[in-house]
Structure formats: structure tokens, C-alpha cells
Design a protein around this ligand. Structure first.
Ligand code: MSP
Length: 641
């Protein structure tokens, strides 16, 4: 088994507040990837921790009448306790107030300075304390608002040391070009590239207006200066491995992936690689940027009182279901919405009906028909098992490309194969005529479940273990190799009865947030009936490209009362010809030069002998037909999502 070094990190969390769903999300993704990597036999190191310096923390501590250190100790512990209670298998928990970290940061500063990458000047800029970040005048909202969090910024002018970020602009662009997977998912990569192409200014990396930070190396004799919190924070990824301090674990560097939220991608995909280039250290393989969570469609905020507290969810529903929900509900990189209803749907649907039920059927049938012991070497299900192995072959790349939702979707396809096999074999009928076929079926489904138990264990460790116990196997890197890599199959099983894995949840189990609601609204809202099979994933929806277009020509089609031949400009080499049945509802004048929404990736088709290269979006009811148009003018060719 390979002992490839794999280093995975979460962001280090600010200690100005306790953990919410966003923190749990990043940490759980990282833990899942790390557990998977360990299962593959890789020598894996998972780092998490807390970010404890900076003006924001200093202010939070002060407002509570505490010293920054006291306050940081207290909150840092709540993070560590939470991860311990959630069973997060981190290999090290770093605190930026740890001495070895401060030492490493000073060594890094010195190295960059000696290299000529740091110089002294005066800085004047708009600073947001909450985001610990400077913004240019043009970035501000209404002259003074922070573009990231909306809070008031203040103008700061002070003597500062600068990092020559501008020097690294071309190297960074070259790196993004040569390593298309550096930033995941790829949609985020383009944002970063355009930002860098827009021009990088040198970065102010020290402050004199407060004291709660890492001081400059003593040799520099600058007692007033403390380091910019992001320089201090980003360096945690190497100081945790002993950078500048014995280098004990530096053989884990470079990181396989830094998992971060989209709001801090800029720091990780631009500043951090530039710092690393300056330190002459290799760059991480990937920066994976995930989206943001809202609750019940609303932004979470302490003032509204709707922040999702991970501990409350886990106390009510258990850690595995929470982990599954977070990783399955939202494609990595996209924003997601937490609602108890959606969580319960996942528990009763995917987990209860598909996974739990399949194991229950094996436990039930084998108990009833074969005293829980069965065996078969029949090849009745060889084709089905080949399909299972085919799906498994694509799973590893999903994980390391951060496509964990796809990993799970594929596992659920495997479960569907198992459930379908039972349905179509009708074992309850066959048991009378061909019991050996029922044994063959049970062996097939149990083999399938063995693989699923191993594969879901990084995502749902407890459920994986419970399934493994029932099937009489163990989950470790040897069984991963045996059943997943080498595709081994067992000919016999002795099933142990375990209690139902995901009992049905009939009603919400969490205390409801006290969010102000308009009277009467909450109770009267009817249940939404969603079609069980007809639901599609967001990926499927995005297979359709819808764009804004401008109608540049309208012509009647002679033999038709209903059709117009339109030319619609989508910002392409030429306008498209679109045949639309809207003549009864719109005059030529109403259409000319108006904006429309066009399905742009439809196969061209002929309508009354005329080629149509797209379709307009419209809604029709008993009052007539209305085209769907953007509410405000938007650029031609803009994609709709
Ligand atoms: N301390 C910095 C990170 C330094 S890493 C060298 C920081 N800390 S944080 O505590 O504010 O945020 C940590 C993570 O939580 C970020 O990745 C951020 O994106 C994530 N989230 C904060 N709110 C979130 C949601 N509502 N939803 C999802 N994740 C969000 O930034």
C-alpha cells in the first residue's frame, strides 16, 4: 500500500464567536476527505485550529472585559471540544497564539525581508475591522461600506511594511494557467484570474494601530509593528508542520488541498501562493472553495437569531445524518440552504428508504429464510456487480476534486442497483421455487452493501461501522484494498441483526429559531408535494444554458398565423434564427430590440421548414402568453442561473 503523504487543512477559525454551520461544513468536508485518504492507505495529516490575533479579536475581548489571551483560550476550546464531540479526526489543532507558530511566522517574515520582498512605506486605505481587510475607494459601497460584510470601513493611515505582491502577478497567472485544477471548482478559478489580471498592488503586512498580533523579529527593532493577521494566519499551514522550528513534519508539504469558504478564496489563491513563492516553498495542489449556507432561504445572522448551531442539529439528528446532509445537499462550490425540512427529507428518503432499507431487507430476509446464514457462488448477478465496480472506479477522483456530492450520488446509484435487484427477483415468490436464487440474491446484495459500508464510512463513520458489524466485516485500509481496489467478493455471509439505521423522522426535532414571522404565515403554509422520482439535481439544471438575447429582427412566416422568424443577438458571431409561436400575443414593434431569455444549447430543429436555433422562455395561462424577460437591462449573452 502506498504511503503517499496527504496534507489536508481547514481554515483556522476566528475566536470572536462560537462555531456555526459554516465552520462545521468546512471541517466536515476536510474530515471526510482525510478519512478517505487514510482508508486509501495514504499517510494523511489533517490540520485545523483557531485564528486568534487581530483587531477584531482584541475588540471582542475588550467588550467582554477580558484579556485577548483569556478570551482566545475560552473560544478556542469551544471549537476543539465541538470537533472532539463530533469525532473529527484532526491530527493537529493549531492556535496562532502558540509559541512555535509565532516563531515560525517571524522566521518567514525575516526570510521574505532578507530576500527584498518586504519594504517599509506609509499606508493609507479604507480598512474593515470585521474582515481584517483593506479596500480601494471603488470597491466600497456608498463611499464607506465594506463590499464583503457591509459594515462601515474607516480610513487608516500608518507606517507599514509592504509585501511585493505585484512582483508575483505574472508567476501567479502562469501557475493558474499551468495548473487548471489549482482552484476548485473551476468556476471560481476564472474569478481569481480576472482579479489578478486586474493588477495586484503591494500588500500592507504590518500594523501599528493595535498590539494583539505577532511582533516583527527582534532583529528588526520595530516594537510598534505587529503582523497583518492574514500573513500570520496563512502561515499556520506550514508552522503546524514545524516550518522555521525543526521542520519535523515538513515532508507533508505541499498540502493536497486547503478547504476554504468562497469569501476567503482570494487570500488563499493569491496572497498565500505569493508568500509561498517568496519563501521558495512549493504551492499546494488545490484550493477548494465552497459556497455559503443560508437558513430557510435567509442569510444567517445573530441579530435575526437564525444562526444554525451545529451542536443543536447533531443533538437532535445525530452526527452522521448531519454530515451526509451537508455533503450531499449542495454541490461543492455552490451556496446551500439549511432547513430542517430538507434535512428530514434526506433522512427519510436517501438514508432511510434507500440505504437503511436495503440493509434491513437483507437482515429480514436472511433471518426469515436462512437463519441469517447464506452462501452462493452463482453468477446470476455478475452483470449487476460489474456495473457496481464500474461506478466504484470513478469514485476516488470525485473525492480529491472535491466533488463529494457526486461521490455520494454514485454510491446511491449502487444502492439503487441493489434495491432494483430485490424488486425484480421477487425473492418472496422465489423462496418457494428456487431458494438457491434467493441465496444468490442475498450474497449479491450483501457484497454490494459491504462495498457501500466501506465507501460511506469517510462520510458517515458510525453508520459505516454499524453496517460493517451487521455484515461481519471490518473497515480499514486492508479491507478497502480487498473489496474496493481488488474488487473481492465473498461467497457466504452470516448477518448480525442491528437496529434500524435511520428510523423515520415524523416531525422536526430541533427547537425552532425565534425568527420574526409575519402573523399567520408560518402555520398556514401547505406542505409542498415534490415528485419523488422527478426531482433533478442542480447539476442537471445547469445542463441547460439560458442566456439573455436581444431581438434584432422580426419577420412573419407567411403560411403561419402563429410563428415569427426572429433574429436574436446572443453576443455570438452572428444573431441566431429562432422560430417562435408568439405572433398572436406580440406585435413586431413590441418585440423589436427587446430583451428575451433564450435556451441556447438546444439542438437546432426545423419548424415549417425554417431552422430554429434556440427557444424563447415564456409563460402561458388563460390570460395569454408572456415572455420571460430580465427585470432590469442586462448585457446580451449574460448567462441565467
Ligand atoms: N480566520 C479566517 C481564516 C484564516 S485561514 C488561514 C476566517 N475565519 S472565519 O471563522 O471567519 O471563517 C472560517 C470559515 O467559515 C471560512 O471558510 C468561511 O467561508 C466559513 N463560513 C463562515 N460563514 C459561512 C456560511 N454561512 N456558510 C458557509 N461557510 C461560511 O475567515
Amino acid at each position: 500500500m502506498s504511503c503517499k503523504k496527504t496534507y489536508i487543512t481547514t481554515p483556522i477559525y476566528y475566536v470572536n464567536d462560537v462555531a456555526h454551520i459554516g465552520h462545521a461544513y468546512t471541517t466536515i468536508i476536510a474530515d471526510a476527505v482525510s478519512r478517505y485518504s487514510k482508508l486509501l492507505g495514504y499517510d494523511t495529516f489533517l490540520l485545523t485550529g483557531t485564528d486568534e490575533h487581530g483587531q477584531k479579536i482584541e475588540q471582542s475581548a475588550k467588550s467582554r472585559g477580558k484579556s485577548p489571551q483569556e478570551y482566545a483560550d475560552e473560544i478556542s476550546k469551544t471549537f476543539r471540544d465541538l470537533w472532539d464531540d463530533f469525532g473529527i479526526e484532526y491530527d493537529h489543532f493549531i492556535r496562532t497564539t502558540d509559541d512555535y507558530h509565532k516563531d515560525g511566522v517571524q522566521k518567514a517574515f525575516q526570510k521574505m525581508f532578507d530576500k527584498g520582498d518586504i519594504y517599509k512605506d506609509t499606508y493609507s486605505g479604507n480598512y474593515c475591522v470585521s474582515c481584517e481587510s483593506f479596500f480601494t475607494d471603488t470597491q466600497l459601497i456608498d463611499g464607506s461600506g465594506c463590499p464583503d460584510c457591509g459594515k462601515e470601513t474607516s480610513v487608516i493611515e500608518e507606517e507599514s511594511y509592504f509585501f511585493r505582491l505585484s512582483k508575483y502577478q505574472d508567476w501567479l497567472l502562469e501557475h493558474y494557467r499551468d495548473n487548471p485544477d489549482f482552484i476548485l471548482p473551476s468556476a471560481k478559478r476564472n474569478e481569481v484570474i480576472s482579479f489578478v489580471e486586474g493588477g495586484l498592488k503591494d500588500l500592507s503586512i504590518t500594523r501599528t494601530s493595535f498590539d494583539w498580533g505577532v511582533h516583527l523579529p527582534e532583529s528588526m527593532n520595530e516594537p510598534k509593528h505587529v503582523m497583518y493577521v492574514w500573513l500570520d494566519a496563512l502561515l499556520n499551514y506550514v508552522t503546524a508542520l514545524g516550518y522555521g522550528n525543526g521542520e519535523e513534519k515538513m515532508d507533508y508539504w505541499p498540502a493536497k488541498v486547503h478547504i476554504v469558504g468562497k469569501d476567503i478564496l482570494r487570500f488563499h489563491a493569491i496572497y498565500w501562493p505569493a508568500f509561498l513563492m517568496s519563501l521558495e516553498l512549493p504551492l499546494p495542489d488545490h484550493i477548494g472553495a465552497h459556497g455559503w449556507w443560508t437558513r430557510d432561504g435567509q442569510k444567517m445572522s445573530k441579530s435575526i437569531g437564525n444562526v444554525v448551531k451545529p451542536r443543536e442539529v447533531v443533538d437532535a439528528y445525530g452526527i452522521d445524518t448531519f454530515r451526509y446532509f451537508l455533503l450531499r445537499e449542495v454541490p461543492f462550490g455552490q451556496d446551500g440552504d439549511f432547513s430542517e425540512k430538507a434535512l428530514i427529507n434526506r433522512i427519510n428518503g436517501d438514508l432511510g428508504n434507500s440505504l437503511g432499507n436495503l440493509l434491513n431487507r437483507v437482515i429480514g430476509m436472511s433471518g426469515k429464510y436462512f437463519d441469517s446464514k447464506f452462501e452462493s457462488d452463482s453468477d446470476l448477478f455478475t452483470n449487476d456487480m460489474n456495473r457496481v465496480h464500474e461506478i466504484i472506479a470513478g469514485l476516488e477522483s470525485h473525492i480529491f476534486k472535491m466533488q463529494i456530492h457526486r461521490y455520494l450520488e454514485d454510491i446511491w446509484e449502487i444502492l439503487a442497483i441493489g434495491n432494483r435487484a430485490i424488486q425484480s427477483s421477487e425473492p418472496w415468490v422465489k423462496i418457494k421455487t428456487a431458494p438457491e436464487d434467493v441465496q444468490a440474491l442475498l450474497v449479491f446484495v450483501s457484497n454490494l452493501l459491504t462495498k457501500v459500508a466501506i465507501l460511506i464510512s469517510p462520510i458517515m463513520p458510525k453508520s459505516g461501522e454499524e453496517m460493517a458489524k451487521s455484515l461481519g466485516i471490518e473497515i480499514n485500509e486492508d479491507t478497502y484494498k480487498e473489496f474496493i481496489t481488488d474488487q473481492a467478493l465473498l461467497n457466504s455471509f452470516v448477518i448480525e441483526k442491528v437496529s434500524a439505521l435511520f428510523p423515520k423522522v415524523d416531525k422536526p426535532l430541533m427547537a425552532q429559531p425565534e425568527v420574526e414571522e409575519k402573523q399567520g404565515e408560518a402555520d398556514t403554509e401547505p406542505e409542498l408535494e415534490l415528485p419523488e422520482d422527478g426531482l433533478i439535481t442542480i447539476d442537471k439544471f445547469f445542463e441547460t444554458t439560458i442566456k439573455i438575447g436581444e431581438v434584432v429582427e422580426v419577420e412573419e412566416i407567411k403560411k403561419s398565423k402563429k410563428l415569427y422568424k426572429l433574429r436574436v443577438d446572443l453576443g455570438e458571431a452572428r444573431p441566431r434564427q429562432i422560430i417562435a409561436g408568439i405572433r398572436e400575443f406580440y406585435s413586431k414593434e413590441e418585440l423589436q430590440n427587446s430583451l428575451v431569455c433564450v435556451v441556447a444549447n438546444l439542438k437546432p430543429a426545423k419548424l415549417m421548414g425554417n431552422l430554429s436555433e434556440g427557444m424563447l422562455l415564456a409563460a402561458k395561462d388563460e390570460n395569454g402568453l408572456s415572455l420571460i424577460r430580465p427585470e432590469h437591462k442586462r448585457k446580451i449573452g449574460t448567462k441565467i442561473s
